[in-house]
Design a protein around this ligand. Sequence first.
Ligand code: DX5
Ligand code: ZN
Length: 225
Amino acid sequence: MKQKHLIAPSLLAADFLHLADACQLINESEADWFHLDVMDGKFVPNISFGMPIISAVKKACTKPLDVHLMIVEPEKYITAFREAGADVITVHYEACPHLHRTIQQIKDTGAKAGVALNPHTSVDLLDNVLEDVDLVCLMSVNPGFGGQKFIYQTLNKIRKLQEKIITRNLSTIIEIDGGVGLQNAEAILQAGARVLVAGSSVFKAEQPLDAISRLKAIGKDTLFA
Ligand code: DX5
Ligand code: ZN
């Protein structure tokens, strides 16, 4: 039996004036993780938030915090993000000249280690570290902003990566980030993804709780029966 997929709503699309409400929503919902996007204005052309917001969210949120670092030199801040409350820490392949070391550094803190790939970056580039990572985040938009359009080529990347994971009998899971919603979630899961990050499709929905439930219910009686 296939394992159930996970839903990770992204805080980036929430109302920052009401972070406590966003946390409460996540707690009450069927969401599995809370996805937190850290942007530095260097690796990506946007700036979001850092450790103080993550520590605040940690106090109010009962679900694991999935921290996506879109920053240069992430190795300098791994311990600080772990101390702020990150349960999963994902760094970008493109930002890590010593990726193997950075992955070990994340694991040494006790967090799960993730590596994210920009849309143009081939999954083949992870061949030498796939054993070491808990999660691969395939970006399905160019990172930096919420509310962008899903890049369909990502489906081929998911299939290719999932094939490597199965062939090598690994437990690495695939997360998809950017432009995910009800219109494409089933295709993404069928291609082999396990975690769906959803910003706008959850927090900009009229009924965010319902949007999460519907994403979670996908494939209930077919894919995962
Ligand atoms: C984009 C971020 C995403 C973003 C997703 O750089 O990494 O996590 O919040 O937002 P949507 O779901 O609106 O594309
Ligand atoms: Zn993200």
